[in-house]
Design a protein around this ligand. Structure first.
Ligand code: ACM
Length: 647
């Protein structure tokens, strides 16, 4: 039945967006042979930070179903609000569903509140209605009841479940709170009764129990918690959390359900049958799959739809990050580190929508669309079949249909202005594209395009003979809405002379390792530190012997440039790195940055160029890769040589 339903969705995507009821509808004669790549195709919505009523949730589910998403992860409880009626515990909706006020923008300290009481919840009848609505659309709801952390709202209603006396107040600012459920018998009695009502309402197999961001300070100071640690022979508070989750898992399993939780549930040992939702990157998913557990990928790097999707200066306030559409589309749910058998543990992926900074349904839709369309192909289409340019060409078709449904999607950036460009010529051709229905309007002096700026009709011949030119462009839709402004500067330059034209090279880079704690690559140099290890390596990647924690690396070698041309370098670095030619920086990707990849260009003359790459690792993610492309635009790893003898 689900297959027929998805066949109908495909058919409906081929129909006109607004049939007039009079004209004949014509569609191409096609045969579609289709099947999803992953069984778990998820979207999430946080209704705790801001509340979205049943009508909005149904509208959201309509769109998920249209794009063949089959799991809706409904994040129902938070520090700032409990949103589900529980008959046994009326104070959860009388007290815990309401906060005194909400922080204004990011005024954490000093705190500025809006003075407006805020809240809401779903009655059990409303939940049943939404569950039935979703089921008709082949969407299974995964309800989330957060434990042991993100539970301050519940503690405000039932302070006896905490480790300290309280009183507690429903959260009015965002963040991670130290007050969490105490591992008391009465807490388990409470949670089991809550989960019993939850299981009565939600027929799906999975119950999400959160498990993320639970500080251990209260448990460290609590007699009750310490007694449990001693009684159960646990090593520490992480094992206590693990014990807590295992106990909840036994209860869910005894009721025929499966537990799913955020990747912190790996800490202190995974509950035997748990499924892991990997959000702090993909490592939690990799570890869980290797331990034989099922995994859903939701990494911040690619699937946090609360992150910015364009230049923050032009976007509504968001939590941070940088997650453009292209990056969502590029996500690969099965990490290459996994064997095929381990890879089959990856059930799929999910986009997460945390709503601290989204107060309205329109804003949620703006953050979700069109990124949801990219996710839809990630989880449905065969991995090798994805092509962003093709996706971008198909987007306008979908925008027409979203327009007909009144969905407030983000108008995409103009394509063709992703970065500044160098040229050796007097003129440069600039081709722009609009992955939306509408017109592109542009300026050639860097000023903001308006509805009366020049209309883009064909590739521009930009004259750069007399100096750099900044092209600024945006999309205007048929109804006059303006998309974000994209700018790129085009500069004529001459090739940097080679240092050597002919020399005997031994392939490889010389790499030096530096010990210490660095926050910028400049720290590596300023301190005049000695290298503690020097090796020859083949490529700019993290050597297998690189330390676990903090360190710096310097790669040096000669790049052999085949012809006078502009070369594009693509650097993937986590944490920071820079690329220099003879001391001149051509790619500055230093400090901490939201996106690991960055591109830069250099005009280089034929011959050998001394290249230096400086990198530092400050903990957290680890990545380093350097690729380059010549005029043909095909990227390949940068290889270099160490000069043996100058001829
Ligand atoms: C999360 O974003 N705290 C799961």
């Amino acid at each position: 039945h689900a297959g027929l339903f998805y066949g109908l969705q495909t058919l409906s995507q081929m129909l006109p967006p607004r049939p007039d009821g009079a004209s004949a509808i014509r569609i191409s004669a096609v045969t579609v042979t289709d099947a999803p790549r992953f069984p778990y195709r998820g979207m999430h919505l946080d209704v705790g930070r801001h509340f979205f009523g049943p009508e909005f949730v149904k509208r959201y589910i309509d769109q998920l179903a249209r794009y063949k998403i089959n799991r809706f992860h409904w994040h129902l409880t938070e520090d700032q609000g409990w949103r589900i009626e529980i008959k046994r515990y009326p104070r959860l909706t009388e007290v815990a569903a309401w906060r005194r006020e909400t922080m204004v923008e990011k005024n954490f300290d000093p705190f500025v509140g809006d003075g407006q009481r805020y809240g809401g919840f779903y009655t059990q009848d409303e939940i049943r209605d939404v569950v039935a609505y979703a089921r008709e659309r082949y969407v299974t709801i995964v309800p989330e009841i957060e434990l042991p952390g993100h539970s301050v709202a519940a503690l405000s209603a039932y302070p006896e479940l905490a480790c300290t006396a309280g009183p507690f107040e429903v959260g009015t600012r965002w963040g991670i709170f130290e007050d969490i459920y105490c591992p008391k018998e009465e807490t388990f009695a409470f949670l089991e009764r809550v989960l019993t009502e939850v299981m009565e309402l939600f027929p799906g197999e999975y119950i999400h129990i959160g498990g993320d961001e639970a500080p251990k300070a209260r448990w460290e100071a609590s007699e009750v918690a310490q007694d449990v640690i001693r009684r159960e022979g646990l090593a520490d508070e992480h094992e206590l959390q693990s014990w807590f989750i295992r106990r909840i898992e036994r209860f869910l399993n005894a009721n025929g359900r499966r537990l799913i939780g955020w990747d912190e549930i790996l800490e202190g040992g995974l509950a035997p049958n748990a499924t892991v939702m990997s959000w702090r990157g993909t490592q939690g998913g990799i570890d869980a799959a290797r331990q034989g557990h099922d995994v859903v990928m939701t990494p911040t790097s690619h699937l946090y739809f609360d992150f910015y999707q364009g230049d923050p200066a032009q976007e509504p306030l968001a939590i941070g990050g940088n997650l453009p559409l292209e990056r969502v589309y590029a996500f690969e749910p099965v990490p290459e580190e996994l064997t095929p058998a381990e890879g089959r543990r990856v059930l799929g992926a999910q986009g997460n929508v945390w709503t601290e900074y989204m107060k309205s349904g329109d804003h949620v839709e703006y953050m979700v669309f069109p990124r949801l369309l990219a996710l839809s192909e990630v989880v449905w289409s065969p991995g090798g079949a994805r092509d962003f340019d093709d996706f971008a060409r198909r987007l306008p078709w979908h925008f027409e249909r979203l327009d007909a449904s009144g969905i407030r999607y983000r108008i995409p950036d103009v394509l063709g202005l992703a970065r500044d460009r160098l040229t050796l010529d007097e003129k440069v051709e600039v081709a722009l594209a609009a992955p939306a229905r509408g017109t592109i309007r542009y300026t050639l002096d860097g000023t903001e395009p308006t509805a009366s700026s020049t209309h883009y009709a064909e590739p521009l011949e930009v004259d750069v003979e007399d100096g750099p030119v900044t092209v600024a462009a945006r999309i205007y839709t048929a109804d006059g809405a303006a998309g974000p402004v994209r700018r790129a500067t085009f500069t004529r330059t001459t090739p940097r002379p080679a240092a050597l034209v002919d020399a005997a090279l031994e392939p490889g880079f010389l790499v030096d390792l530096f010990q210490g704690s660095f926050r910028r690559v400049g720290d590596l140099e300023r301190r005049g530190q000695e290298s503690v290890r020097r090796e020859k390596v083949e490529a700019v990647v993290l050597p297998p012997w690189a330390p676990e924690e903090e360190f710096g690396l310097r790669f040096r070698g000669y790049l052999s440039v085949p012809q006078d041309a502009v070369y594009t370098f693509r650097l993937t670095a986590d944490d920071g790195a820079v690329v220099r030619f003879a001391g001149a920086t051509v790619l500055d990707h230093d400090g901490s940055h939201p996106a690991p990849e960055k591109e830069g260009q250099a005009a280089l003359a034929r011959g050998l160029h001394p290249v230096e790459i400086l990198y530092f690792q400050a903990g957290g993610g680890r990545a380093l890769k350097l690729e380059w492309a010549g005029p043909d635009g095909v990227f390949a790893p940068v290889d270099a040589g160490v000069v043996r003898r100058v001829r």
